[in-house]
Design a protein around this ligand. Structure first.
Ligand code: CAA
Length: 390
C-alpha cells in the first residue's frame, strides 16, 4: 500500500448571481450586523432553475479535467443531498457530460453534508490499492430553507470537484480519520419537500459536540495536538459555525499559535462568506479558500478537516500540503468568477427561489440565454432532465 494519495486537483463552480446580506437583513427587519457578524455571511449565491447539481458539478469539472483524467478516472462518487432523481445517480449524467471513460463505477452518496467526505475516503482507499487509477469526487448542493425563515441567511449553492490520485499536487492524506455518528434530528428533508426542516440551535450544538468528540479521539490516537496544525478547516454551513468550533478548542494552543489559527481561518472563510452554504461542498470550499488565499502556508503544512452531516455524522482527518497546492491560474479564474457575479435584489431572489423546478411536471422548457455557464438545464421531457452544452 502506498501512502502518498490525496487531492491532485480541485475546482469550484457557483452561479453568476448573488444576494447581498445587507439587503436581505433590511427586507427581513433584522440588524445587518446580525447577518454580517452574528452569522458571518456577506453574500449568498442565488441558483437559477437552469442549474442543478449535475450542471454545477459539470461546470466545476470543466476547469480541471484533462485527457489523462479521462483515461484514468474509473471511480466517480457524487456527494449530494439535492439529488435530482430518486433512482439514477447524478454521477452517471456527469460521466457522460464530461466524456469520462465508461469503464468505471459511477454512483451517488447521501448523508446530508457528509456525502463528499464519504466519497473522498472511499476514493483514497481505492487509489491506495490502485495507484495507476484516479477518482473524481463531487460535493454539490443547493441549500434551501425558505423565504423569511431563520435558516434563509444560511442558504447558497455550488459544486466542488476533486480529482484523487497517487503523488497528488495539492494535498495528501495523513494517518487516520476519527468519526462519530448518532441518530439525531437536527436537520432533515423528507422526500416530499424542496426545503430542509431544521432545529437550528440544536444543530449548532450537535455540530460542536461531534467536532469535540472526533478531535479528542484524533489527539488520543495520534498523539498530535493543536500546535501540530497550521490551519483548521470546517464544514461551514455559515462562517460563524466554524468560529464556534474553533473557539471550542483554541485554548489548547499557545497565544502565538492561536493568532496563527485565527489568521488562517480568516483566509479560509473568504469564499464561504461570499457563497453561503453548499452543504456537501462547504468543507472543501473552505479548504480551497484557505490554500488559494493564505499567504503564509507552505509545503508540508498539516491542515485539519472537520466534516459534519446532520442526522448526524462527523469525521476529522488531516492532510499535508504538497508542492503544487497553489495553482495561480485557477485562483484567478475562481476569484474572477466570484467577483464578477451580478447582484440581484431581494425581490429578484424571491422570484428565482419560488421558480424552482416543480418536481411533478414532466414537460418544461427553460430560457437558458441568460445563463452564461457551459452546462445548463434546458428543461424536462418525458420526466427526463434535458441538459445542454454551449
Ligand atoms: N450584531 C451582531 N451579532 C448579532 C446581532 C447583531 N445585531 N444580532 C444577533 N447576533 C448574533 C447572535 O448573538 C448569535 O450569535 P451566537 O450564535 O454567537 O450566539 C447570532 O447572531 C445568530 O443569532 P440567533 O441565534 O438569534 O439567530 P437565529 O435564531 O435567527 O438563527 C441559525 C441562527 C440557528 C444558525 C439559523 O440561521 C439556522 O437555523 N440555520 C440553518 C441551520 C444550520 O446551519 N445549522 C448549522 C449546524 S447543522 C450543519 O452544519 C449541517 C448543515 O449544513 C445545515
Amino acid at each position: 500500500m502506498i501512502m502518498n494519495v490525496g487531492i491532485d486537483k480541485m475546482s469550484f463552480y457557483s452561479s453568476d448571481m448573488y444576494l447581498d446580506m445587507v439587503d436581505l437583513a433590511h427586507a427581513r427587519n433584522e440588524d445587518p450586523n446580525k447577518y454580517l457578524i452574528g452569522i458571518g455571511q456577506k453574500k449568498m449565491a442565488v441558483i437559477p432553475k437552469t442549474q442543478d447539481v449535475v450542471t454545477m458539478a459539470a461546470n466545476a469539472c470543466l476547469k480541471i479535467i484533462d485527457d489523462d483524467d479521462r483515461n484514468k478516472i474509473d471511480l466517480i462518487i457524487f456527494g449530494t443531498e439535492t439529488g435530482i432523481d430518486n433512482s439514477k445517480s447524478a454521477a452517471i449524467y456527469l460521466q457522460n457530460m464530461l466524456g469520462l471513460s465508461r469503464r468505471g463505477r459511477a454512483f451517488e452518496i447521501k448523508q446530508a453534508c457528509y456525502g463528499a467526505t464519504a466519497g473522498l475516503q472511499m476514493a483514497k482507499e481505492y487509489v491506495e490499492n490502485n495507484p495507476e487509477k484516479k477518482a473524481l469526487v463531487i460535493g454539490a448542493d443547493i441549500a434551501r430553507y425558505g423565504i423569511d425563515t431563520p435558516g434563509e441567511v444560511t442558504q447558497g449553492g455550488g459544486a466542488v470537484a476533486m480529482v484523487i490520485s497517487a503523488n497528488p499536487s495539492i494535498a495528501e492524506f495523513e494517518g487516520t480519520s476519527t468519526f462519530y455518528s448518532d441518530d439525531v434530528m437536527d436537520f432533515w428533508r423528507p422526500l416530499y419537500r424542496t426545503e430542509a426542516v431544521v432545529d437550528g440551535h440544536y444543530s449548532n450544538d450537535v455540530y460542536v459536540d461531534f467536532f469535540k468528540k472526533t478531535w479528542d479521539e484524533y489527539k488520543q490516537i495520534t498523539g498530535k495536538n493543536l500546535e501540530d496544525f497550521s490551519a483548521m478547516t470546517f464544514h461551514l454551513p455559515y462562517v460563524k459555525m466554524g468560529i464556534k468550533a474553533l473557539r471550542a478548542i483554541i485554548d489548547e494552543a499557545s497565544e502565538e499559535h492561536q493568532d496563527k489559527l485565527k489568521t488562517e481561518f480568516g483566509f479560509g472563510k473568504v469564499y464561504n462568506e461570499n457563497i453561503g452554504n453548499l452543504y456537501t461542498g462547504s468543507l472543501y470550499l473552505n479548504f480551497l479558500s484557505l490554500i488559494n488565499n493564505s499567504d503564509q502556508l507552505k509545503v508540508g503544512d498539516r491542515i485539519g478537516l472537520f466534516s459534519y452531516g446532520s442526522g448526524a455524522q462527523g469525521e476529522f482527518f488531516a492532510m499535508n500540503l504538497c508542492k503544487g497546492f497553489k495553482n495561480s491560474e485557477l485562483i484567478s479564474q475562481i476569484n474572477a468568477d466570484i467577483n464578477n457575479r451580478k447582484q440581484v435584489s431581494v425581490s429578484e431572489y424571491e422570484t428565482i427561489f419560488n421558480d424552482w423546478v416543480p418536481i411533478k411536471d414532466q414537460e418544461l422548457s427553460f430560457d437558458t440565454s441568460k445563463d452564461a455557464s457551459t452546462f445548463t438545464l434546458k428543461g424536462v421531457k418525458n420526466h427526463q432532465r434535458i441538459y445542454d452544452r454551449k
